[in-house]
Ligand binder design. Structure first.
Ligand code: KG4
Ligand code: ZN
Length: 350
């Protein structure tokens, strides 16, 4: 079975081809092409939805072509077309979604509407040789921070989520406050590597509360109040480089401490022996390292996607599509996109 996935929910236009081969647990990722619009949106300090949508339309044909060429396949050979249907920016979602439906219609092949969060959530298993297994999932992207008990494909129980800003959003908002370029996560990560995480004591909200929800919005307030104490102007451009690095290290460590503490608490609660971490924030270098140590201590297996599959990509959409196709769970062509789509099959348990 050959699956073609399309992702266009935010500022990455991506197409991937994945093939299931008989007798092999893991499908083969034949190609994964990502055209990022980050340099364009960076000029405005964040994603401009209309620009994103227009650029998806302009870029998609070439990205599709390149993905097919790299995979050495023709569009006629594709068995299933999958695309992100939400959550995301509605006009951006519509581009990839409509393209996948049109291809499916023309080729008389089935279509699958994939939840972007499910794509991230399952992405660590694309490269795990033993395949998908019941696990605890920590999804940390720009829009979401979720802890999910995954018992199987489509069998998800939401254990915790951010009550305000997502982890990635916290990185991005603090970076903006520090006059660092969009997206803030990678910038803060880089500077933090040269900083002292203990110079500034930033809050770890909700860390010791019993539930598994997160809250990160207090971090930007803490940074906002710290800036005028460091420079009379309050202007981050006036900070010396070391102070900037120390601020970044303090913020990064505060976010990491909360994420790891809650993930370990959830592992204990669910008794899962496998923790999978995904989404853009999961490519944070210090988070990856500290997760490894924490999981070794708990004797849990840590499953991380390679860095190239942490931020938005279509391989995760093709993979989620393939698992759905295996179960014969196809979507009608009139399935709408849903910018606020919730994790399908997820029940809330606190
Ligand atoms: O998963 P993703 O590509 O998009 C969403 O679905 O939201 O995640 C993007 C987020 C951004 O907030 C970005 O700042 C963050 O991931 N990010 C990072 C790093 N690289 C990307 N956050 C922390 N450290 C990084 N190295
Ligand atoms: Zn994403």
């Amino acid at each position: 079975m050959l699956v073609l996935g399309i992702e266009s929910s935010c500022d990455e236009t991506a197409v991937a081809l994945m093939e299931e081969r008989e007798g092999q647990v893991q499908p083969a990722l034949l190609s994964s092409v990502i055209s990022t619009q980050i340099p364009l949106h960076r000029l405005y300090g964040g994603v401009i939805p209309e620009l994103a949508s227009r650029n998806h339309s302009a870029n998609l044909p070439a990205v599709l072509q390149e993905a097919l060429e790299k995979a050495g396949r023709r569009v006629q050979e594709v068995d299933v077309f999958a695309s992100t249907a939400g959550p995301g920016l509605v006009a951006a979602l519509l581009v990839g979604n409509t393209a996948a439906k049109a291809l499916a219609l023309a080729a008389k092949k089935p279509f699958i509407a994939v939840n972007h969060l499910e794509g991230h959530m399952l992405s660590p298993f694309i490269t795990r040789p033993q395949g998908l297994t019941p696990h605890l999932s920590l999804v940390v992207s720009g829009g979401h921070s979720l802890l999910v008990d995954v018992r199987g494909t489509g069998n998800y129980t939401l254990l915790g989520r951010s009550r305000d800003d997502a982890a990635g959003e916290a990185f991005d908002k603090v970076a903006k406050m520090l006059a660092l370029p969009y997206p803030g996560g990678p910038e803060i990560d880089k500077l933090a590597n040269e900083g002292d995480p203990n110079r500034f004591a930033f809050p770890r909200p909700m860390m010791h509360e019993d539930h598994l929800d997160f809250s990160f919005s207090g971090l930007k307030t803490a940074v906002l109040y710290t800036l005028p104490k460091l420079t009379p102007s309050g202007d981050p451009h006036d900070l010396d480089r070391q102070t900037m690095c120390d601020l970044c290290a303090g913020v990064r460590q505060a976010i990491i401490d909360v994420l790891i503490h809650k993930a370990m608490k959830a592992l204990k609660k669910t008794r899962h022996k496998v923790l999978a971490v995904s989404g853009g924030v999961s490519c944070n270098s210090a988070l990856r390292e500290q997760l490894k140590t924490a999981c070794e201590r708990r004797r849990a297996e840590l499953v991380l996607p390679p860095n190239s599959l942490t931020t938005d990509n279509a391989a995760m959409i093709a993979f989620a599509g393939l698992l759905r196709a295996r179960a014969g769970d196809f979507s009608p062509l009139d399935t709408p996109v849903d910018p606020n789509m919730k994790l399908a099959g997820a029940q809330t348990r606190k």
